[in-house]
Design a protein around this ligand. Structure first.
Ligand SMILES: [Cu+2]
Length: 488
């Protein structure tokens, strides 16, 4: 029996897609969904930095947001905002977060990039049911494969035995992650530590978390998501880019260095980010960190390819522009993302980017084992790993605790591949050295058509069941996930 939901619509529509879908699959992920509401004017909204969470509780609830001029958008939110509040924790200091679910449907919370024990990792059937619901009243019958369900609330425990990094939290419910994140269930989680604090990086108002998403809107301002439409199994692309939940916003900056923590939280869109105009001399972005925190040393880039769920921690020096300059952050494949307006004030800048950033990016020792995972599409249109659709409880790998393995990811299409539990290091791309964006500790790697990427990972601290999956959320919902079980 198929329990897979088609873009959140339940299994029934799948048969209609049928054989032939794969013949129509283009080589690029996603299909553009156009808004029915008038598109907003770019650079009219002011950038908002999400609030920092105080306390240890997040209430998931509906809220009416002002995203488009003159319209409201009913969103699913963490504490009423999109993005949700930014959680800030300290390396080595255990944290716990209680999520209460006042939404109409079940939710699951995953801390993306968290080094988290299995029972707090947000396994896709470990649902938090809505407050007031009893197990018999959930809208979809999961009795045959019930996870660790909780009623109304759940406390997630995060040991935070990990280095400083830009993490994010988002919904991870089986078959419904795409629509849930699209409706607003995503937020930043920043981990800080002493090594990073000792560096003279830009901070305070010159440190900006920037969550980039694309959305389409209905005429009434609500989010438009193509529930049940098999034409979008390849990924949903919106026609409005939001940064921190607002369309193509603008932000005034001093002529000084800024640290931008870039997160691509889009369901399927991959961006090639650049500054327009570029600064004189090139290297617009000085990358200081990746998904898993600081690089060993900085890397200069003219542009950044950022796949869904990847993070790039970069320093941009707006002091290289003349006061009054309007600097657009653009997607070379698409259009605007946001704009920075350089003011004449605030020239003081005691920040710097040291040539050595971190000493904790040593290469891992040779692997105990090499495994290969093929990411491809089945004849029925579902997305598969090693020819298998996701089924909870079926492990595709059983690595041993403490051992290093090399995992090779191969595909004929484009997939951002994400591993839970441990960060990894890319060791080769197409049997060659690393790509420009592969450096440092990562948890998501951009795998393009006909590529093979090998990563080295050591499984540490926690045994149990974790996930390997594609982070194109429509692919993920259409079964491109696998369990792996870490054994003692
Ligand atoms: Cu994919």
């Amino acid at each position: 029996m198929k329990r897979r939901a088609l873009l959140g619509a339940g299994a029934a529509a799948l048969g209609a897609a049928g054989i032939g879908w794969s013949l129509l699959t283009p080589k690029r992920p996603g299909k553009l969904l156009r808004s029915r509401a008038p598109l907003p004017e770019p650079f009219a909204a002011r950038l908002v930095v999400p609030p920092v969470l105080t306390g240890e509780e997040i209430i998931q609830r509906e809220a009416d947001l002002h995203i488009l001029p003159g319209l409201t958008t009913r969103a699913w939110t963490y504490n009423g905002s999109f993005p949700g509040p930014t959680v800030v924790t300290r390396s080595g200091r255990a944290a716990s977060l209680t999520h209460r679910n006042q939404l109409p449907e079940s939710v699951v919370v995953h801390l993306h990039g968290g080094h988290t024990p299995a029972d707090s990792d947000g396994y896709p059937i470990d649902e938090i049911m809505p407050e007031g619901a009893s197990p018999g009243t959930t809208h979809h019958d999961m009795a045959a494969m019930a996870g660790d369900m909780s009623a109304g609330r759940r406390t997630y425990r995060y040991p935070m035995n990990q280095r400083a990094a830009t993490l994010w939290y988002h919904d991870h419910r089986m078959g419904f992650t795409g629509p849930a994140v699209y409706r607003g269930l995503a937020g930043f989680h920043l981990v800080r530590d002493d090594e990073e604090d000792a560096l003279p990086l830009p901070r305070g108002e010159r440190e900006l978390p920037l969550m980039i998403t694309d959305r389409a809107f209905e005429a009434d301002g609500s989010f438009r998501y193509p529930t049940g439409d098999s034409a979008y199994m390849n990924g949903v692309l919106g026609d409005v880019v939001l940064v921190n939940g607002l369309p193509w916003p603008v932000h005034e900056v001093d002529p000084a260095r800024y640290r931008l923590r870039l997160l691509n939280a889009s369901n399927a869109r991959r961006y090639q980010l650049a500054l327009d105009p570029p600064p004189p001399g090139g290297n617009a972005f000085v990358q200081i960190g990746s998904d898993g925190g600081l690089l060993q040393r900085p890397i200069g880039h003219d542009s950044l390819a950022i796949a869904p769920a990847e993070r790039f921690d970069v320093v941009v020096d707006f002091g290289r522009y003349k006061p009054g300059a309007h600097v657009r952050l653009v997607d070379r494949d698409g259009g605007h993302v946001m704009r920075f307006d350089v003011t004449g004030a605030g020239r003081d800048d005691d920040s710097a980017v040291p040539q050595e950033l971190s000493r904790t990016v040593e290469p891992l020792p040779p692997p105990a084992r090499v495994r290969t995972f093929r990411f491809n599409q089945g004849p029925d249109g579902t997305w598969r790993i090693n020819d298998l659709e996701y089924r909870p409880g079926r492990a595709l790998a059983r690595p041993r605790l403490g051992e290093v393995e090399h995992w090779r990811f191969v595909t004929d299409f484009h997939h951002p591949i994400h591993l839970h539990l441990n960060h990894f290091q890319v060791v080769s791309r197409n049997e060659n050295g690393l790509g420009a964006y592969d450096h440092g500790w990562k948890d998501t790697v951009d795998l393009r058509a006909s590529e093979a990427v090998a990563v080295a990972v050591r499984f540490t601290d926690y045994t149990g069941t974790f996930m390997l999956h594609c982070h194109n959320l429509e692919h993920e919902d259409m079964a491109m996930m696998a369990d792996f079980v870490v054994e003692a």
